[in-house]
Design a protein around this ligand. Sequence first.
Ligand code: ADP
Ligand code: MG
Length: 401
Amino acid sequence: MSRRGQIHFISHNAPKNKRVLLRVDFNVSLSKSRRISDDVRIREAIPTIKLLLENKNKVIVVSHLGRPEGRRDVRYSLSPVARRLGEFLPKKYSVKLVAGFESDNDKKIFETQGENEVIMLENIRFWGGEQKNDPEFAKALASLADVYVNDAFGVSHRADASVVGVAKYLPSYGGLLLKHEIQEIDDIIDVPRAPIVSIIGGAKIETKVPVISKLIEFSDTVVVGGAIANTFLAAKGTKVGKSLVEDEEEALARKIMRLAEEHGTELVLPQDVVVGTLDGDTSEVCDLSEVPTGKMILDIGPKTEALLGEIVARARTIIWNGPMGYNENPQFARGTEFLFYSIANSSAKSLVGGGDTIVSIAKEEHLENITHISTGGGAMLEYIEHETLPGIEALRAVTRN
Ligand code: ADP
Ligand code: MG
């Protein structure tokens, strides 16, 4: 890890009386009717926003939502998020959603930002320059403010303009959530107690499979569930019907299986599964040899749950990211729920994270039994892998000292 420069975190002393460009991760899940399914990520950033406001700063909030791929698309507007943010702030503050920042008219809105006004810029991924980390785009964004604050742990593994780029042009700070995430994760991974069990599920195969290699080195046992497991099962010759599988990744899955053997790491895949269709209102448990050709694997089965229960019970450190099944449909939510309660009942130190993962457990009881719930999924895993992230490195004040 690069320790060349110090990171400054915001405090009661600084920044004060500045225009602050604040990157947050308000990438919340929206329902089909565009209601916010869970607002944890908004709530987690409130202490930072409140502190910045108490310090008499003018705050410009920047976030992405979903993957609009550089195009303006109302389905990904931050308007429900701006409204929800307003509900969490003291009454005297209003939140104003602003569509752009480049035209003279737009610039005027920023120049005349009121004392008690928080500006939220529309979804930053409406601009193609964001994910390309275009320097001109970053510079234009930076010109809106005197100071940059990153409180977006969940997206700090992305070298995007509003995460990494703007820090080149402005004095930069970490926010309180970023600080808390780093401290809590360091606490768990710096001196982990064995046995270490890592559990990976969810669907973002291309981002997660590479990280699994690192987890294989780091852990005594790695459990793979969710849609990601389908790729592993397919690579082993299991007929997975219509399940979500990424053929290109099968070779990688095989490589990971070999790596596990070399390291003597136990790699656990589903032993049985629950199959059905995405919107179906029925489901069926079956063994791996019996997956019907027309159906999808959408959850882990009861035998697998029992095995997971045993593994979790003997673990002393647990890292979990990604639902075990397609839990948006309650038919396929059981595996994830079972896993959550196994972890909550264990005495192990536990680190649980991921946008969809936290949504899937948000309404459960005993959340307090989890040592740390991270707002980051990919970010949490990459932080474990590299012990830092691009967004964190960008805050190191090397050039300015
Ligand atoms: P996180 O946001 O917690 O990092 P991901 O975004 O990787 O998690 O994955 C979450 C998504 O994976 C959820 O939408 C869930 O429905 C989906 N998923 C999990 N298992 C399956 C499966 N077997 N088939 C299809 N989708 C699945
Ligand atoms: Mg997700």
